[in-house]
Design a protein around this ligand. Sequence first.
Ligand SMILES: CC(C)(COP(=O)(O)OP(=O)(O)OC[C@H]1O[C@@H](n2cnc3c(N)ncnc32)[C@H](O)[C@@H]1OP(=O)(O)O)[C@@H](O)C(=O)NCCC(=O)NCCS
Length: 106
Amino acid sequence: MVGLLDMERERWRDTAIIWNLLVDKEYRRRGLGREFICRAIAWGVNHNLRALTLETQTDNLPACRFYQAMGFQLGGIDDHYYTNHDIARREVAIFWWYELSEAAAS
Ligand SMILES: CC(C)(COP(=O)(O)OP(=O)(O)OC[C@H]1O[C@@H](n2cnc3c(N)ncnc32)[C@H](O)[C@@H]1OP(=O)(O)O)[C@@H](O)C(=O)NCCC(=O)NCCS
């Protein structure tokens, strides 16, 4: 196995949350992550969902750059998500959105 996408439908808000996306270090920057996201988008569109969501840490810059490159938008931050001192610890939660209505129209 060289990669993993773990996502779950959240019926109460018509979205799917990506809990984890991982590509083996040896296989990164070859388009596998993009392929996972394309499949997640297609799955969400097929299930009439309105958006994909996920959370990353501010100290995971590669992941932030990846999701930005995939078209995700910043939804918000929560500086008390992991501890009471997330800013001091330099690890703050960022929430990302990908609106599927645009993907469905194209
Ligand atoms: C984030 C991750 C899944 C990306 O997977 P990947 O297969 O390397 O991604 P892709 O090759 O499809 O990259 C697509 C685009 O995203 C951007 N990107 C990907 N990795 C990047 C990095 N390290 N720095 C900057 N931009 C990056 C680039 O624009 C890239 O296009 P390009 O290679 O043509 O420049 C992978 O780095 C990973 O498994 N990281 C560790 C686990 C993790 O942090 N997961 C996310 C938290 S949920």
